[in-house]
Design a protein around this ligand. Sequence first.
Ligand code: TRP
Ligand code: ZN
Ligand code: CA
Length: 444
Amino acid sequence: MKLSAPRRTAAAAVIALAGLLGTAAPAATASTAAPAPAAASVQALAAPDIPLANVKAHLTQFQSIAAANGGNRAHGRPGYKASIDFLKAKLDAAGFVTTVQQFTSGGQIGYNLIADWPGGDANQVLFAGAHLDSVTSGAGINDNATGSAAILETALAVSRAQLQPTKHLRFGWWGAEELGLVGSRYYVANLPAAERAKISGYLNFDMIGSPNPGYFVYDDNPALEGVFKSYFSGLGVATEIETEGDGRSDHASFKNVGIAVGGLFTGASRTKTAAQAQKWGGTAGQAFDRCYHSSCDNTSNVNDTALDRNSDAIAHAIWTLGTGGTTPPGDTYENTADVAIPDNGAAVTSTVTVSGRTGNAPAALSVGVDIKHTWRGDVVVDLVAPDGTAYRLKNSSANDSADNVIETYTVDASSEPANGDWKLRVQDVASQDSGRIDSWKLVF
Ligand code: TRP
Ligand code: ZN
Ligand code: CA
């Protein structure tokens, strides 16, 4: 298929999706004070078509590597290391900064390959990954040369475009997934908390060319899910939520430490239903992949249409999520109007209206509070989400006689839709001293 030149797209949905990852710039609003100026917004670039022939050429390479190494590319076997070497050479030549990470599992050395595209905001890492190992019984072409080849070709497309994304792009190929997500767990376990916090999203691709395919989208993070769903709906292809084992691939390693995850999957040993065959074609009553973990998982065990669509969907996600938005510290929504806090009285609130975002608030929503008070121990402070859920920021304490509450709190608001009226609720619960809410803000 043709490779279209990158161009600006005006798809509003695209900008809104990027917004959930903390980068787009809806107008900041204050309920009474003048609105803070909106940061300049950058529209996402349109992704190129990923040539199916290139992805399939990578599959052929992985098949040859298996054939030359005892028929598999499993952890601890020479076909695995040969697969790593093949990828690394391609990525190095394309200008990626590659790192081979070694670990040990079952007494054998395993390897992860990490490829960073230089540039982008180091504090916002968009990460795509796939496991590179096969089981010992075969070459592992659908499972998971497909995911490995598709993210390789997406990375090479980034290089061909000499893309200058707003986010920092990272690609990862994991070892020993088949032994229990060993490589990806090792990577995450060895990533300092500060580095984990920079990952805005991890996208996983494990089995994306099943011969009797379904189109399954992971449903963890609404923005990551949305970017895939909107791509497929644009193609007129129905999707379903992935349910064939939520913790069964490398995204679980990231999700377990609170990183937003997404991904695609075309099905393993489960059987395609009649309803699924109706909407996707293929054979009802047959497994999505009859060669799952078998010796017949070779280059014939791939549905080209599924592989093509999923490869294009990956590029779409990387371009959409990676090139839109603005730079940190993020979008600020502030109310600078004073609200008096009556002494030992009723709770008072100050409202900040958030609009124009998609999906939920961040797992690390920053709440900046500036309360002037002559005895802050009297003061109880909550953040109240649009649906009324209260998050306690500060309790009262009889002996804290200091002035003022000027603090930045971090709240896990990831279960709350971002848009709506957020309130800072403050109550003075003991007599003699009083104060005011001076200002407060949410930073998404
Ligand atoms: N990860 C499994 C494997 O490699 C396959 C699998 C089963 C899977 N269920 C899944 C992958 C759900 C992604 C999502 O054998
Ligand atoms: Zn797999
Ligand atoms: Ca008081």
